[in-house]
Design a protein around this ligand. Structure first.
Ligand code: AMP
Ligand code: GLY
Length: 426
């Protein structure tokens, strides 16, 4: 079977690495891909939202499955585009249609979904420009810190957590009246602040049954000790030590099952990944957010722990036979360390020559932002390379990942040196 992966990050390299291990794969294509995915298949120079170009490529190359990595094409309706075309409608797309993708594309939609299906989440209210005054009054009834979320996609920047009422009011005005995040903040969700430790669980569903994938913890801030600005993610650990069997049972019973059932009840035909961001509040799980895709860098730690054939699972999703597919995980711990460009998440330069990739032993290397040019691997993006290792203990896994992270050289290289430290202390 020929498969096309949509995307160009570490997540898509991890998908490519996993899918080429399947005996059922014939040819693999990645659009647009990076220097790493080029070692697993053929990169195709198409933008992730060029649905027409993607559709034509699929027909010309006898592609029998499309796996969508990032949220943007899903929220914009790539799956719907395929279903609406007589020639493309039978090509399975792994990733929800536009309506299901609203779980990530609209915070207001996802909060209403959780409320309707009794899924534990922070109390909230939604405001628009017309109800700005009510929003300002509502802030006055809450205790700090305040959580303000732009309703739509805002490149991961749409959540603001001010610590004083004054700042919260200024922020709400900026989002609603001054369109701080453009259309994305034409509605704003204000919610209760949840105290606890964050982690994520991942679900693969065919709309009928589901597989609960390994849990992971992401490290979002640029600096050690969770300091400095937010990034796309600086590292990931899977499994998460504090997410024991009892906690995960609560997650499955109170959150995962009602989510999959809720989609069914709402007649939303969902085929793909659900990424559930959780807060563990003194042992009780609450949903912070849904994403309609896998996480990055979480995928780089989660996929290496899945022993089953991912293509077989995807076929189960496509044909609604996921329940009968075998699913096995590796009990070892995976840690992924993200190497980023100097200056990231602020301004940074591309085109730095990356050396030392050939001398690495014992880790998996997932390219996040790279390209090949004249036989060299150059950086092309803020997040450049993820180094993942699997070992019996988290400490051994981290030692290996950090040893190899040191060996990779490029001008301005930076990475956090405290991934997993908080979990060791627990
Ligand atoms: P989101 O995009 O909804 O995941 O929010 C981004 C980050 O803001 C989360 O990863 C949390 O660290 C934080 N956050 C979001 N909602 C809450 C909440 N209700 N209470 C505490 N922190 C939150
Ligand atoms: N690492 C967080 C995300 O993929 O949204």
């Amino acid at each position: 079977m020929n498969i096309l992966i949509i995307g160009s990050g570490g997540r898509e390299h991890a998908f490519a690495w996993k899918l080429v291990q399947s005996p059922r794969l014939s040819k693999l294509f990645i659009a647009p891909g990076n220097a790493g995915t080029a070692s697993c298949g053929t990169n195709v120079n198409l933008s992730v939202t060029d649905f027409k170009g993607i559709g034509e490529f699929v027909l010309k190359n006898d592609i029998r499955m499309v796996v969508v990595g990032p949220e943007d094409p899903l929220v914009k309706g790539i799956h719907d585009y395929f279903l609406a075309d007589a020639k493309l409608k039978d090509v399975p797309v792994i990733g929800p249609q536009k309506e299901g993708a609203q779980l990530e594309g609209s915070k207001d939609f996802s909060k209403r979904f959780m409320l309707r299906h009794h899924i534990p989440t922070a109390a909230y209210e939604t405001f628009s420009r017309e109800t700005l005054d009510k929003g300002l009054d509502f802030l006055g009834t809450l205790k700090p810190p305040y959580v303000l979320k732009a309703d739509g996609l805002a490149a991961g920047k749409g959540v603001v957590i001010p610590h004083t009422l004054e700042e919260a009011k200024t922020e709400l005005r900026a989002m609603l009246s001054d369109a701080k995040f453009g259309d994305a903040s034409s509605k704003v969700v204000i919610e209760e602040f949840l105290h606890g430790i964050e982690l994520s669980v991942f679900v693969l569903t065919d709309g009928i049954s589901y597989k609960l994938l390994p849990s992971a913890k992401d490290y979002k801030r640029i600096g050690n000790g969770d300091t400095g600005p937010n990034t796309g993610g600086m590292g990931a650990v899977s499994p998460v030590s504090f997410a024991d069997a009892a906690f995960l049972k609560k997650v499955e019973d109170r959150i995962v099952k009602p989510t999959v059932e809720g989609l069914k009840k709402d007649k939303i035909n969902y085929k793909g990944f659900i990424f559930i961001g959780l807060m563990n509040c003194a042992g009780e799980p609450f949903v912070i957010e849904y994403n309609c895709r896998m996480g990055d860098p979480e995928t780089e730690a989660v996929l290496p722990r899945i022993e089953s054939d991912l293509l077989d699972l995807f076929e189960g999703v496509a044909t609604e036979t996921l329940a009968s597919r075998s699913y096995k995980t590796d009990p070892r711990t995976a840690t992924a360390i993200m190497l980023v460009a100097g200056g990231y998440p602020g301004t940074y330069e591309n085109g730095k020559s990356i050396e030392g990739l050939e001398n690495l032993k014992g880790s998996l290397i997932f390219h996040a932002g790279t390209e090949s040019k004249n036989g060299k691997v150059l950086s092309k993006g803020g997040r450049v390379i993820a180094v993942t290792s699997l070992a019996q203990t988290m400490r051994a896994s981290l030692d290996l990942s950090y040893e190899n992270a040191e060996k990779i050289k490029y001008e301005g290289k930076y990475f956090r040196t405290d991934i997993g430290k908080d979990l060791e202390a627990n």
